[in-house]
Ligand binder design. Sequence first.
Ligand code: ATP
Length: 620
Amino acid sequence: MSETKTPETFEFQAEVRQLLDLMIHSLYSNREIFLRELVSNAADAADRLRFEALQDAALFEDDPEPEVRIVVDESARTITISDNGIGMNRTDVIDNLGTIARSGTRRFLDALTGDQKQDSQLIGQFGVGFYSAFIVADSVTVHTRRAGESADAGVRWQSDGKGEFSLEASPRARRGTDVTVHLAEGQDEFLSRDRLRQVIRRYSDHIAIPIRLLDDQDEAETVNQASALWMRPKSELSDEDYQQFYQQLSFDTEPPLRWMHNKVEGDQSFTTLLFIPAQRPFDLFEPESGHGLRLYVRRVFIMEDREHRLLPRYLRFVRGVVDSDDLPLNVSRELLQHNRLIDRIRAASVKRVLDTLERLAKDDAAVYQRFWSAFGTVLKEGPIEDPGNAEKVAGLLRFHSTQDEEEQRVSLADYLERMKEGQKAIYYLTGESLAAVRNSPHLEVFRKRGVEVLLLAEPVDEWLVAHLSKYKDTPLRAVGKGELELDDLGEDTAEKPESVEPSASVKTLLERLQSELGEQVEDVRASSRLTDSPACIVVSEHDFGINMQRMLKAAGHELPAQKPVLEINPDHPIIQRLAADEQAPLNDWASLLYEQAVLMDGGRLDDPAGFVRRMNRLLD
Ligand SMILES: Nc1ncnc2c1ncn2[C@@H]1O[C@H](COP(=O)(O)OP(=O)(O)OP(=O)(O)O)[C@@H](O)[C@H]1O
């Protein structure tokens, strides 16, 4: 026999040690959450057993009623949290409780900032798991046996959380897991049943299986509601019930902004309870992360929808539960891909979330602004991912603009309302940063003529405008692309548009600049968009803008050669001076005009040293 009675000792993986250390120090003021975590693991173990038992009912071993039991031993100073869930065998224990850091651990450690206050929020969102027991314990013992295996497969894990744990075979008749927490000096408050009852009600009231606290005579008292909250009628539920349930579901420290609880009856019935959080989880932008909705079939937990079948990715901030009586209990990921009921649930849920956001935006601009700051960037993926709802999502978007510069609060509807008489398009400018777009020379003529321009500086904006060509039949147009038709900007109240027909000397200058710049540019022409700057870069209507080119190159794409147009401001003093002297050498000037225009657009110079040399020559 390879398994002996003597305990074997293992070292925790470095990352686990780091996590333990960090948690104990940053969570000390919130010690009670250890109980929430252990109870939540016990309930998960019950869910997993029920799920596996769908295939193999023998796993229930004559003990089909799931429960969590909590036993306090005052003289030994221990609390034991027991479940009759799936349990673990030796390999499970080694994998889950010590040597192998789960993928989440690394990500979590990477997300930490070192700022205690921020980090403790992160921990709250992350769900800290089993190791939180060490916040209050000086040693923890886990005695467990996996469902379906023999009593001999029982194992005992033990650790003081300092760097090592031990493991030994320890037979166990009842399947499931006991976690025994030996309280450290000064943690005696958790020996009080009143205190435990209070903590369970606060954090675990809506865990769907009974949590039973045993008294001195071993009489069990069920402490929680132990029902699937989402199945209860709305009329019975208070705001507090919903908020508590949300916290148990999400570990979010903030209450949700809104929730939607709906029951659809008919030939196919389903219930959804969806929450819109108030703050952004740390992993919102990680490719593999994101929690999906929790899918239940007849109250049995089936899976977390990490592949975003129940709601599209651009609504991945929504948390909640979907339960249906009409899906098969053995529903698989493949089935989720091709199921009419799932499609219906998805369409209904998308509509509910978008309608709720619409109402929120209308009724409470301040709260909507909060939502937008947390999740606006994600919502911008909507028109790309979900063309069918593009217009509806577009209505929810908010932007910075030349007329509203504090926060992103201009909607496309606001923009349409403020358009000038005769204006034909919604104008926008994309760029690498807000400062860069706000100061772009492309805005000069728009400012002068009082035409609003939306300022888009997030990477996703480039994709958004590539997919959103119009809003309510008004086209969206980039200000830095193609020829600018001044007539399309609407009435010019300030003054009549100046003629862009350049004088003979400027014409000559344009030709000379063109021949100096050669292959670098498609054309050099007189500009109608500049008032203060001498030059700017314009790309043709169907080419990528400079910002998009930069992003594509950074992502490793080969781009077809694109030549921009250099537009020159004929009224600018530098241009006039250059035009006045047809004999003066132009080579440095041509390059500098071109290079400064590229820089102002947030582009990169091919030869920055050359640029500096030329500039120094002129300054000399
Ligand atoms: N009572 C239990 N019964 C069976 N398995 C358990 C139990 N407690 C923990 N485990 C196993 O140990 C793993 C690690 O637990 P831990 O609480 O640290 O993380 P988690 O529950 O996976 O995630 P998190 O708590 O961060 O949401 C679990 O995924 C589970 O496989």
